[in-house]
Design a binder for this molecule. Structure first.
Ligand code: ADP
Ligand code: MG
Length: 750
């Protein structure tokens, strides 16, 4: 192990972001240089073509053949100029990652010279190739929506996401065409189509509400578009790649299935925001440089709580763009780390005993006029608007919290949620003391009194303590909102919600789709309430709006929780409030099909019944398969490594003891270790046998839901029993006989 560490950690590749010497290029010089942006399109396309494309983007026109052909030609020239040899429709099947199949621009053309045929190579790319391609859909998960004999599936260019190139080896490049993936019958086979649908419904109803409450004038032009914004804080681990290769569990499952806590881990609390190790900094800088070229606006980087754990966060963007960019970030991080002889781990819980990783989804709604609808610091006259959208979000989480829980469930995230470092399986909302007071005062029909909320408020500067309720002014609340609750799964943080329970490994697309849908549905309901309240007025009065806000505040009280989500008291309290506490993934997946959830998803048009059932099957099956792969990996590691090491160690001890006795000395010490070791080895052997039997019985279960429940109720506890004994052997068996790098080596060699 030490040899591996030495050979691999020595002299990490020295990168030069200057590309050709001199000063490193600034972020603004490279930003977006690998993206076929609207600006680039307007430069390279004939004016009428560009105009027609813009019309299509606004949804006023479908893309005709002439426009598509012209765009294809322009992007081909642009990409080839940057070394591109291939193009690919880049899509997001239901696997939490992306998929691509490369086609080269190559076509052959025959020419005849005095009757002799000769072929010449040409680079071509047509409009129809740009718009659509047909991968064999049968090899992607579809959850029974499609059988192999009707394997047709199409990838279709999502014109809202710009095309880009990724640099390949030896100066080559590939043109990426962001796409949706749909079946022959138009069913969504991917994450993107449903996200697009959820954005559209939310847009529509939010605009309707705005038109009912906003008085439009010259200073306040009507919003034409409402979209959700997303900023994803991505946590991950980086470890030495050489050591990684010695851990089959990490390689196969992404997490360590064995291994005990080392003497030093995170107890000194010195890693968080600590100095970033040199090799890691080199890798991250290079990664950020590449991402900048792709137009991904990375903003922050820092050490996280656990050893070898880090975080990267971008400036927020329109949700669709942010999802694409998060997937690109993971991809680029993975590739760049490789070049620096590092391995990035996105798993939610790669190491037992230290913090796991999440992906905080910062989410809000914004208008094309630049107004953040969840910004309380907007002009006073706009604050009722803020409160309306705020309470609508509360209602969405109250009605569909279990659905949100389902959207973040996975075999890997189960290890993190509720593990006293991450939110529990209970979904609730934290608002902070100021907003709480605002809502309470409206509910109780009294003026706001910030002083009333006690000590928590002492470090909050608030201009004026009593506010006129009628106007519901919230001065300087956003800037001064200082209290934080790290334990809440869904926390209001200034001018956005932060959905913290999302898994680090998963695509943010599904959770955001569900959130958008739930909020769209609750806004629809609110629209009806407002309509009823305002009678035949065209614009709802402030009193009308306040009445609806009050009604929603009262309805949604039980979803608000300001306390510590990690405590047992909260579990009891949540049960009293009727909030579900969903600990295991198979239970969470069942919530997808709960009547109210399924109905909401159908009514908003985001999922058809078939699409939803297919998701359910895919998720259940994936869960079961993930656990099965882990169980089998664990068995191999224990049978082929841990037990043999223990036998060798026992043999060596026995040899030593008998030699010592042979020369007439006392071998009590050796005998004692042997005596302690032997029952552990014997029990381990029994537990291994039990796990093996369970994995054999597995094959007899056909129903995926049953399989998932079996995995979670039977297999995981059996794996646990194996691990406990194996980890105790790790502590006692001689280190030179141990096959796997231990946590200390993994944590400290970066
Ligand atoms: P922290 O949660 O650690 O306080 P920040 O306040 O910097 O971190 O914000 C975290 C993320 O939230 C960033 O990616 C940021 O761009 C994003 N964010 C900020 N405002 C919004 C918004 N209105 N909508 C969506 N994301 C936002
Ligand atoms: Mg955060």
């Amino acid at each position: 192990i030490n040899t591996v560490v030495e050979s691999l950690t020595k002299a990490p590749r020295n990168i030069n972001l200057a590309e050709g010497g001199g000063k490193a290029k600034t972020i603004t010089e490279v930003f977006g240089s690998n993206v076929f942006t609207l600006k680039e399109m307007s430069r390279t396309l004939p004016k009428p073509i560009f105009k027609s494309f813009m019309k299509q983007l606004r949804g006023n026109q479908t893309l005709d053949k002439v426009t598509a052909d012209a765009i294809a030609h322009a992007v081909k020239v642009w990409a080839i100029d940057r070394g591109a040899s291939h193009f690919t429709h880049w899509f997001q099947p239901m696997t939490d990652s992306t998929a691509e199949k490369h086609d080269s621009f190559l076509t052959l053309k025959s020419s005849f010279y005095n009757g002799f045929e000769e072929v010449t190579a040409l680079e071509t790319f047509s409009g129809s190739q740009l718009l659509q391609s047909e991968p064999d859909a049968s090899s992607f998960p579809s959850g029974g929506m499609r059988t192999t004999f009707e394997a047709r599936g199409y990838t279709v260019w999502d014109t809202k996401s710009p095309m880009f190139i990724q640099e390949g080896p030896h100066g080559t490049a590939i043109l990426y065409i962001p796409s949706v993936f749909i079946s022959y019958n138009g069913e969504a086979l991917d994450e993107k189509s449903v996200l697009l649908r959820s954005s559209e419904v939310l847009n529509k109803v939010a605009l309707e509400i705005l038109s009912m409450i906003d008085e439009v004038d010259e200073d306040h032009p009507r919003a034409k578009n409402v979209f959700t914004t997303l900023g994803t804080e991505q946590e991950y681990f980086l470890i030495d790649r050489g050591l990684y290769t010695l851990r089959p569990d990490l390689k196969i499952t992404g997490r360590t299935l064995l291994g005990g806590l080392p003497p030093r881990h995170q107890q000194l609390e010195d890693h968080y925001f600590g100095k970033i190790p040199t090799r890691v900094l080199a890798a991250i800088s290079e990664c950020e440089h590449e991402l900048a070229k792709l137009g991904v606006p990375i903003k922050t980087r820092h050490n996280e709580v656990a050893p070898a754990q880090f975080e990267v966060a971008p400036i927020f963007e329109e949700a669709m763009q942010a999802v694409d960019h998060n997937l690109l970030t993971m991809d680029v991080l993975h590739r760049v780390a490789h070049r620096h002889k590092l391995k990035v781990l996105f798993h939610e819980k790669p190491f037992r005993g230290v913090n796991g990783s999440g992906k905080h989804c910062n989410w809000s709604m914004s208008t094309d006029q630049g107004d953040n609808l969840l910004d309380p610091s907007a002009k006073p006259e706009n604050n009722l608007r803020f409160l309306l959208f705020l309470v609508a979000t509360l209602k969405a989480v109250l009605d569909h919290g279990d659905l949100l829980r389902a959207g973040i469930a996975s075999a890997s995230n189960d290890h993190r949620l509720g593990a006293h470092e991450a939110p529990p399986g209970i979904i609730s909302v934290f608002l902070g003391s100021q907003l709480n007071e605002v809502l309470n005062s409206i509910e109780e029909n009294r003026p706001v009194n910030y002083g009333a909320t006690g000590t928590q408020m002492q470090n909050v500067r608030v201009k004026g303590t009593v506010l006129d309720l009628k106007v519901a002014t919230l001065p300087s609340i956003a800037r001064d909102l200082t209290d934080r609750n790290r334990t809440s799964p869904f926390a209001f943080t200034g001018n956005k919600f932060e959905f913290r329970a999302v898994g680090s490994k998963q695509s943010t697309s599904f959770p955001v789709t569900l959130l958008n849908s739930a909020v769209a549905s609750s806004l629809t309901e609110m629209k009806a309430a407002l309509r009823k309240q305002m009678g035949d007025k065209k614009i709802a009065s402030r009193e009308d709006q306040l009445a609806v806000i009050r009604e929603y505040i009262i309805k949604t009280k039980s979803i608000r929780f300001e306390g510590d989500n990690y405590t047992d008291e909260w579990v009891v309290e949540a049960a009293k409030r009727g909030l579900p506490n969903i600990v295991k993934s198979p239970d969470a997946f069942k919530c997808l099909l709960r009547k109210e959830n399924a109905e909401m998803l159908r009514q908003t048009g985001v999922f058809s019944d078939a699409e939803l059932t297919s998701r359910y099957h895919i998720l259940m099956e994936k869960y079961a398969k993930d656990v099965m792969i882990e169980a089998q990996t664990l068995l191999t590691m224990v049978v082929q490594h841990v037990l043999p090491s223990a036998y060798t160690y026992r043999g060596e001890l026995a040899d030593t003891a008998s030699k010592i006795v042979a020369i007439g000395l006392d071998a009590t010490a050796e005998s004692r270790v042997l005596k302690e070791l032997s029952p552990v080895v014997a029990s381990l052997q029994d537990r291994v046998q039990e796990l093996e039997n369970l994995t054999n019985d597995w094959t007899t279960i056909e129903d995926v839901s049953e399989l998932a429940v079996y995995a979670s109720d039977k297999v995981i506890p059996a794996m646990e029993a194996v691990r406990e004994l194996a980890d105790s052997l790790e502590r006692t068996v001689a280190d030179k006989l141990w096959s796997f790098p231990k946590y200390t080596e993994l944590f400290l060699n970066i």
